[in-house]
Design a protein. Structure first.
Length: 450
């Protein structure tokens, strides 16, 4: 046992030293002001992406029912792009390790902008009756597939960009800043939907598409990246990432990522239908009331990621444990909820819960692998974020039609699995030990990082 423990400490020291070297190389040719600008640009870009996500969840269900689409068809619009997201995110993550973060982020944002614009144009032509109803559904699938196949490069490359330029102690806060940006976007999205829908129900989509094009322009002109990570860190070709999903360092986090995604998809994909069916809402009234609830959820997530994570140096274990506990109360509220106020409160708790869980998952996975695997692990974890949208139409939707509360019971069970993982899995214990070592060493030495 002592020999194993000493070997583990040596592995941790080697990983920590490698990460320090990576940080120094990644920041050697940029000033603190440039890095601050870069993080601000990435924040703005993720904000734009977040806006589009809540627009889709709030506006698409009423539009789909207007065109006579079933609930299954509606969720399939999300699910096909999600499948492509799962398949392509690991590829883009590894690609960013070789090509650099900036070009992959740029491709992802342009794909997102084009997809959002095309989606709005297709729906608009359908509302004008210039397209037959039968062709609208497959065209919407194509539009969302652009986002799923190419837009999936943005999150892992952005997360890896942050990981390259933060120390282990700063990792959770750095990753959470991207989540906070996305959360702010999801908070603003319903408000934009409600405000711009006074002009036209599709006006928010055109506004967000324009914002996404502007984000891509900021990345092209202002995001500093002097050289690709390969040139900075992977000095020998054999040092390139070979991390796979089945790797013991990655697999536990991939499984938890799938569980978190499925639980989150149950809430996000079904909340609009649940509000309409339980509260007997239709059309514009449904869009307005669901948008307000989703805004409350997003603002709560923003509070968790900016008000809590950015203010306090919270551990991965703390984020995941308390995020899970809060989610149990959220699912309980959704199961019991029969009034608008209680349902909004449940979604608000969901915002806090997922606002803690997701950064904890991303930071834990990042801290569990070596510097050369940062893009690869970011791609794997990003791919899990879409798996729930694939599973939900085949599990959540049938359960929903059988009994409206059944999917939320499944979600509560999934959260219990996460709590068991936190309590007993060695990956969490290893992170606790590393955190203690890091905190002790930081008191004794100055890494010279500015």
């Amino acid at each position: 046992m002592p020999a194993q423990k000493n070997a583990g400490n040596m592995d941790f020291d080697a990983t920590r030293e490698a990460e320090n070297q990576q940080y120094l190389r990644a920041t050697a040719h940029t000033t603190p002001e440039e890095r601050k600008l870069a993080f601000g640009i990435l924040f703005f870009c993720q904000l734009a992406v977040g806006m589009g996500q809540t627009l889709v969840f709030a506006v698409v269900p009423p539009i789909a029912r207007h065109f006579g689409m079933s609930d299954f068809e509606t969720t399939m619009i999300y699910s096909l792009s999600s499948l492509l997201w799962v398949l392509t995110s690991p590829f883009w993550g590894k690609r960013s390790d070789r090509m650099g973060r900036k070009p992959i982020i740029l491709v992802g944002l342009l794909a997102y902008a084009i997809s959002t614009l095309l989606f709005a144009i297709i729906v608009l032509l359908g509302l004008w009756e210039w397209l037959p109803v039968w062709i609208i559904f497959p065209l919407l699938l194509v539009a969302r597939s652009i986002f799923g196949g190419l837009g999936s490069g943005n999150p892992p490359a952005s997360q890896a960009y942050i990981a390259d330029r933060t120390t282990r102690a700063e990792r959770a806060q750095g990753v959470a800043s991207l989540g906070a940006a996305f959360g702010l976007g999801t908070a603003l999205g319903p408000g934009i939907a409600a405000a711009f829908s006074e002009i036209h129900i599709l006006a928010p989509f055109f506004a967000v598409a324009l914002l996404a094009f502007a984000s891509a322009g900021l990345i092209w002109f202002y995001l500093p990246e002097r050289s690709a990570p390969t040139a900075q860190v992977l000095e020998r070709s054999e040092s390139r990432s070979s991390l796979k999903m089945t790797d013991p360092k990655a697999l536990p986090w991939v499984i938890i990522g799938v569980i978190v995604s499925f639980a989150q998809s149950i809430v996000m994909q079904l909340c609009a239908f649940y509000f309409m069916d339980v509260l007997k809402l239709k059309g514009d009234a449904a869009t307005q009331m669901v948008s307000v609830a989703l805004m409350a959820m997003a603002m709560a997530a923003l509070f968790a990621q900016i008000g809590l994570i950015q203010r306090f140096n919270l551990s991965v274990k703390f984020l995941m444990r308390w995020g899970s506990i809060i989610m149990l109360f959220s699912f309980a509220g959704l199961i019991v909820g029969g009034s608008y106020g209680l349902l909004v409160a449940a979604l608000t708790l969901a915002g806090i819960g997922f606002g803690l869980l997701r950064p904890g998952l991303q930071a834990g996975a990042s801290l569990s692998v070596s510097p050369k695997d940062q893009g690869a692990i970011a791609g794997l974890i990003t791919s899990t974020a879409a798996t729930g949208q694939i599973l939900n139409p085949f599990i959540g939707i049938p359960l929903y039609h059988y009994w409206h509360q059944a999917p939320f019971m499944v979600g509560a069970f999934l959260i219990v699995i996460i709590l068991v993982f936190i309590r007993f899995h060695p990956a969490m214990k290893n992170l606790d030990e590393e955190r203690n070592v890091t905190n002790h060493n930081m008191q004794d030495e100055d890494l010279g990082i500015h």
